[in-house]
Design a protein around this ligand. Structure first.
Ligand code: TRP
Ligand code: SF4
Length: 324
């Protein structure tokens, strides 16, 4: 299968992003032809006023990907703005996309209500899904690995492709969503791990930072004193154990928490050890990438060239179908 997916560069990735999207990408790259890109133009749709961090975020994201094992020998890795054909197809698709399709997009309404730091009544923000459709349709991708929140965008992509094909010629491929199933990752405060809640553990955190965040993490609130028995099922520390510790440790914690045999401090130390063990190789890889900035440029240059070959071909067909 040919697969395309993108991520916005909006800061450092955390464990939730890793388990949610990256782990899935890593598995897909072994068996499929994958195109993974940094959606820097999409980031502008909600951050067009303050762009001074954008370059750093793009690099940080690429470092997180490569350090996590996204392999440029298997997958094509590139930056959206390096492949201007995305903008060309966006313009052409925008001509055939009714505004009503975009206005009824749930993400559009929701984000307009929730994001207050900038005025989202822009053409670019309304057209966000058209750009995303162009990202996908240019590669004739059959599948797009995304989270649930992206399903409306995928549906719009299919509708736009259908409209194009029926107006002109059957050139574009309707992609399907590959829904990423992943464990629900809680943050250090027990809510869903999210950049905006400040409760995340980042791939780029150092070992002392990770240990500190775990040490101060909330536990079963009913377990006030050391000899109170706890309930691991409602404790966010235990959700980390289930993800990161081996089965023996998980069983042991499960029993010893309920009988107050183990204290929360020791329990958190165990989970810190498990997480540190898993992140260590990522930290090593991050360090060597940071020491070698040229490596990132080489990867994205090669990716841009590979992407260009595919999109040039699609755009030729599109122009021909539209009689341009
Ligand atoms: N909208 C996606 C998100 O916010 C990012 C994205 C842009 C994307 N273009 C894409 C995802 C194309 C999949 C395919 O997560
Ligand atoms: Fe949570 Fe572990 Fe404390 Fe039990 S012992 S409440 S699982 S931190």
């Amino acid at each position: 299968m040919r697969i395309v997916s993108g991520m916005q560069p909006s800061g450092r990735l955390h464990l939730g992003n890793y388990l949610g999207a990256l782990a899935n990408w890593k598995a897909l790259q072994d068996d499929h032809e994958c195109f993974f890109f940094v959606a820097d133009w999409h980031a502008l749709s909600t951050n067009y006023e303050e762009t001074s961090h954008l370059r750093t975020y793009v690099r940080e994201l690429l470092i997180d990907w490569l350090a996590s094992g996204i392999n440029p020998e298997r997958a094509t890795i590139f930056i959206q703005s390096h492949v201007p054909e995305h903008a060309v197809l966006h313009v052409l698709l925008s001509m055939i996309t009714p505004i009503s399709w975009l206005e009824r997009n749930p993400t559009y309404k929701e984000q307009q209500d929730h994001i207050e730091r900038c005025d989202l009544s822009t053409h670019g923000f309304l057209g966000y899904p058209v750009l995303q459709a162009a990202d996908i349709l240019l590669y004739k991708a059959e599948a797009v690995p995304v989270g649930k929140d992206q399903l409306p965008h995928l549906e719009l992509t299919r509708e736009i492709a259908r409209r194009f094909n029926s107006l002109y010629a059957p050139v574009l491929v309707e992609p399907r969503a590959l829904l990423t199933e992943f464990p629900k990752v809680t943050g250090t405060d027990g809510r869903k791990m999210s950049k905006s809640y400040g409760n995340a553990i980042h791939l780029s955190d150092t070992e002392p930072v990770v240990r500190h965040k775990l040490k101060t993490m909330v536990t079963d609130p009913a377990r006030v004193r050391r000899h109170d028995p706890g309930n691991p099922e409602i404790c966010p520390v235990f959700t980390f154990h289930k993800i990161y510790s081996n089965a023996t440790v998980v069983d042991q914690i499960n029993q010893e928490c309920r009988t107050a045999k183990i204290g929360c401090i020791a329990c958190k130390q165990f989970v810190a050890d498990s997480i540190v063990a898993q992140l260590s190789p990522i930290w090593d890889a991050r360090r060597s990438l940071e020491a070698n900035p040229k490596r990132l440029d080489d990867v994205t240059q090669a990716g841009r060239a590979r992407a260009a070959r595919v999109v040039t071909h699609t755009l030729e067909e599109v122009r021909h179908a539209m009689k341009l």
